[in-house]
Unconditional design. Structure first.
Length: 83
């Protein structure tokens, strides 16, 4: 598991043995959310949520979107391609 970004104490990770499409896991103390990235140009989309509030998800989604280029680059360096 590679931590590729931190958002307000949360870890954004990409698992090296994970499946496609390109996505990230956002992990907090007892919460996790998964966002499909839609690399390289798409808008990130929430796929799964385990415990984050709607307010928290909004903030996380904004940060994931703001860092999309970096996250897509990290996915590509780990997995080789997006789809």
């Amino acid at each position: 598991m590679a931590t590729v970004l931190r958002i307000s104490g949360l870890r954004v990770v990409i698992y090296p043995n994970d499946h496609r499409p390109a996505h990230v896991h956002v992990i907090g103390s007892d919460h996790e959310a998964v966002f499909n990235l839609h690399c390289p140009d798409g808008t990130p989309e929430l796929r799964e949520n385990y415990g984050f509030s709607q307010r928290e998800l909004g903030k996380i989604a904004n940060e994931v979107a703001a860092n999309l280029a970096q996250l897509c680059k990290s996915w590509r360096s780990i997995h080789g391609h997006y789809e």
